[in-house]
Design a protein around this ligand. Structure first.
Ligand code: ASP
Length: 343
């Protein structure tokens, strides 16, 4: 699109960033994005074509659903040719889940999709939203020649650009709300925006392929000392369940009690996928390193390596939705398909 202004579509899904205090009641209400320039006059100084789109049902991201992911991904696909990049304004609570899901749904993405939000509403004096949205726009617009600098689904918060499917919300108060424990930042924003090129996915210039079939017959079973047989049994016998993440200790360890291993084995024999993801925010599952994970290996539990829980649940939904044979799903769960795992 040389010669034309770089064009960015800003998609507003809801969340704190788009809120302001109602002068009458003092409570938080969504503000009108048509008046964004009044709230952020500095945007006029950016020499880009900025368009805004607010979804009809603006939500607190705690109400996020796979259906909304489909709506969002379809919107991006339908506008894909028209824009150079996309900024998605989203509540921070489930942002890491949505960014992960979109990374799987948008195969061959060659343009930036930058998620951002804020801890304080844009309408508040000390809001982090203003800086976040401006930097997210700059990043979405950044190019080397005609090619996007960051052709990935990312999350920008405070001063770091992180790969979306590597990210977890770890702080409910600090402006620096997200962590990527197993992958370096893609860009650091200070006086300048420093892109860490070696960590950014290279564009493949293939045609965007949208995937919208997500199967949410999945579960997360977080281990804790004292977990009961009943809880494990009932979770694994949930009707229609197809895949379960077991959030294990440390490098993928779990109790060796025979009732526990038997429950998992029975589930695997019935055709369930059991996916081992660590509770730690950094480091990797290494089944067989300790005696407490040897049995998991033996009965056919699949290693999630260093994947985040958010990314693991989105990946499971995506792969189960694609209706691959179970062996193919198990194979793909153990390797990176969108940069979500390091082997
Ligand atoms: N509860 C809000 C949400 O996730 C918090 C935020 O916007 O950051 O939508």
């Amino acid at each position: 699109m040389s010669g034309e202004k770089t064009s960015i579509l800003i998609l507003y899904t809801g969340g704190t960033i788009g809120m302001m205090q109602d002068p009458q009641t003092g409570s938080l209400v969504p503000f009108d994005f048509d008046n964004l320039y009044d709230h952020l006059p500095v945007l006029r100084n950016l020499d880009y074509q900025l368009d805004f789109y607010a979804f009809d049902n603006l939500i607190d991201s705690s109400n996020m659903t796979p259906d909304f992911w489909v709506t969002l991904a379809k919107k991006i696909e339908s506008c894909y040719e028209k824009y150079d990049g996309f900024v998605v304004l989203h509540g921070s609570d489930t942002m890491a889940y949505t960014a992960s899901a979109l990374s799987f749904m948008l195969e061959n993405l060659n343009k930036p999709v930058v998620f951002t939000g804020s801890q304080l509403p844009m309408g508040m004096v000390r809001s982090d939203g203003r800086e976040n949205i401006i930097a997210a726009i700059e990043i979405a617009a950044a190019k080397d020649e005609d090619t996007a600098k960051v052709p990935e689904v990312t999350i920008f918060f405070e001063n770091q650009l992180l790969r979306g499917n590597r990210t977890t919300k770890h702080n409910a108060e600090h402006f620096n709300a997200f962590v990527s424990g197993n992958y370096p930042s893609l860009a650091d924003v200070g006086v300048r925006i420093k892109y860490n090129k070696e960590y950014i996915t290279k564009p493949n210039f293939k045609k965007l392929k949208l995937h919208t079939k997500l199967d949410n017959n999945v579960a997360i079973l977080k281990l804790f000392p004292g977990i009961t047989k009943d809880l494990v049994h009932h979770t694994l016998n949930t009707p229609n369940l197809r895949g379960v993440i077991i959030e294990t200790y440390g490098s993928g360890n779990a109790p060796t009690a025979s009732w526990f291993i038997d429950e998992l084995k029975n589930a695997i024999d019935r055709g369930l996928i059991i996916y081992n993801v660590t509770q730690c925010k950094s480091g990797s599952v290494e089944m067989g390193r300790y005696e407490t994970s040897l049995d998991l290996n033996r009965i056919g539990v699949i290693s999630g390596h260093d994947i985040t829980t958010e990314s693991a649940i989105a990946k499971l939904m995506y792969l189960l939705g694609e209706d691959y044979p179970i062996e193919k799903i198990k194979e793909l769960l153990q390797i990176p398909i969108r940069g979500e795992i390091t082997l």
